[in-house]
Design a protein around this ligand. Sequence first.
Ligand code: UDP
Length: 237
Amino acid sequence: MEKREQLYEGKAKKVYATDDPELLIVSYKDDATAFNGLKKGTITGKGVINNRMSNALMARLEKTGIPTHFVKELSERDTLVKRVRIVPLEVIVRNISAGSFSKRYGVPEGIPFEEPTIEFSYKNDSLGDPLINTYHALALKLATKAEIDTIKDYAFRINDELKAIWKKRGVTLVDFKLEFGRLSDGTIVLADEISPDTCRLWDSETGKKLDKDRFRRDLGGVEEAYAEIMERLENEE
Ligand code: UDP
């Protein structure tokens, strides 16, 4: 399958058409942004890692019955995916307090929850991805009730599966962001990516951050952390 015209360039990926109207090629870049594009940089090798990691994790999720957009890895940075219309919601699942949760509610980072939480943001850069509840999502016609129920069910099942995968590798899954899409027949599938850009991953022993917070917070050792988390995933497989 070959790339045809570029359809879209996002912050971390480019998307190309293919000869099949139902399939697209995503190409992962090394560009990194944070704080709604305010902070920009490059994480050398990130695109290769995020491509491989996202594909490996989506393949695992497919096996447990979660439909995803993943079709086939084409090269280091390129993957064939099903074309979807993205549901304009960022779906965030949390197991431990961190980031905007800690800031918003004034709690320290690192407090484990009894039960995982879920929250939705309206995917809209010019509004700064505001937090919304499911009633707002319905009012804005971002998704139907049935779609929101499916998305919630998948998100918690994905959390269970990802938590177990990382636990085996000595890594704690703190939180992560998912995006879902609709196939041409309306089926909801997991889309976008699952990577250190979109998850908080802490070493279970030392608490060392092995994710994009190293870039966001200028902690140093960004490339090394991405390489380490990829190695952890592959070495157990
Ligand atoms: N996240 C993301 N994209 C976003 C916002 C958040 O991938 O636009 C991920 C982030 O990496 C983290 C989780 O979602 O794993 C929760 O992020 P949070 O709401 O705490 O926001 P942040 O502190 O990153 O601004």
